[in-house]
Design a protein around this ligand. Sequence first.
Ligand code: NZQ
Ligand code: ZN
Length: 388
Amino acid sequence: MLGDFTYCNPTKLYFGKDALGGLNEELPKYGRNVLLVYGGGSVKKNGVYDKVREILKANGKRVFEDAGVMPNPTTEKLKEGVERARAAKADLILAVGGGSVCDYAKAVSVSVHCEEDPWEKYYIRFEEPSCEIVPVGCVLTMAGTGSEMNGGSVITNHAQKLKIGHVFGEEVFPKFSVLNPEFTFTVPRYQMISGIYDIMSHILEQYFSGTDDNTSDYIMEGMLRSFIHSADAAAENPLDYEARSNIMRTATWALNTFVAKGKTTDWEVHMLGQAVAAHTDATHGMTLAAVSLPYYRHILPYAPEKFKKYAVNVWNVNPAGKSDQEAAEEGLAAMENWMKKLGLVMRISELGATEEMIDGIVKSTLVMQGGYKVLTEDEIRAILKESL
Ligand code: NZQ
Ligand code: ZN
C-alpha cells in the first residue's frame, strides 16, 4: 500500500545549454561574499570556471576560493573548508563540479556555524543541524549522484575507515542547481560510466524493496528503460547531447527523493560499496558495480516475483514457460552482459580490495533494514568474497 508522505523539494533547477544564465537570477538573492568550491582542476580545463567567475564578477561578488575537493571528500578537507568559509564570512557557497564537490559544499554549509565536531555530530550520531546553515548553490559538471537536488552529503574518514552519508533535510538541499549537459562532455570515460552505474544503482535500490503495487516502481521501470538506452548511446558517442541530457535528468530525478516517497527502500548495495571505498578510496559508481550482482543474486530467492518483474519489464525477458526464479536469473544475466559491455568494474579486487581486507570491510558495512533480506555479518562476508 502506498505509504503516507509529505513532499517538498526546494531546489530550483536550471537545465539545458543556457542554464548557467540562471546564476544571474540567483546570485542577487545572496550577500556579497561567495565561497567558490571546486575539485582538482577539471573546471579550469574545460572552461566552466572562467564562465562562472565572469558571472560572479558581473554580479559584484567578492569571491573566495576553496579548491582541491577530492573524489570521496575527507574529514580533513572538511575542516579546511570550514575555516575558509569562516574567514570569508561566506553568504553563499557555490559548488562547481561533480557530486563530491556538491556533497562537500553541503557538509561545509552545516559546519561553518557549528561548534561541535561535524564528523561526530552529523556522520556518527546522525544529528540534524541546529545552527545557521550557509546556503549552497551548485553548477554540476558530472551526472551521477543526484547531490544537485537532494540533502545527501557523503564524507570519508580514512583514519576510522568509514565512508558515511548523511541525508540532510530540505534546509540543506542546494537552493539552486545549474545543469548543462554540455558541461559533462569532458568527463573521462571511466568516470562517465561510473556515474551511469551510480544512477542505475540509485534506481534499483529504491525499486528492490517492498511487495506492494506502488506507482514509484512503474516510474522507475520507465526511467530504467530510457536510461539504459541513453547510456548505450552516450557510450557510443560521448558528445551525443540528447543522451547526455537524458542521463543528467535521470540522475537528478533518481535521487531527488521523489520516487522514494510512499515506499520502502533498500540501499544495502551503497553500504557495501561505501565500505569498499573506505578501504580502497575507489570510485563510487565502480564500487557499486562490483558488489551489485553478488548481492542481487543473494537476495533474489527472497523476492523472486519482483526480480522477475524487473527481468520482464526492464530487460524484455520472455517469461513463458519459466519459473519466477528462472526468469529473474535471466534478467540479472542480461544486466551483467550490459554492465560488462559498458566496461564497468565487476570485481572489488580490481579496485584494490584484497582477501585480507575483507574482515575490515565487513566491519565498515552498515546494515540496512528495508531490503528483501536483512544481512547478517556472515552474509556480508560471503557477498564480499563473491565480489572479489
Ligand atoms: O576534481 P575534478 O578535477 O573536478 O575532477 C573530477 C573527479 O576527478 C572529474 N570531473 C567531474 N566533472 C568533470 C570531471 N572531469 C572532466 N570534466 C568534467 N566535466 O570526475 C572525478 C569524479 O568526480 P566526483 O565529484 O567525485 O564524482 P561523482 O559525481 O560520482 O561524486 C562522487 C561522490 O558523491 C557521493 C559519493 O559517495 C562520492 O563521494 N555520493 C553522493 C550522493 C548524494 N549526495 O546523494 C549519493 C551517491 O550515492 C554518492 O554516494
Ligand atoms: Zn550513489
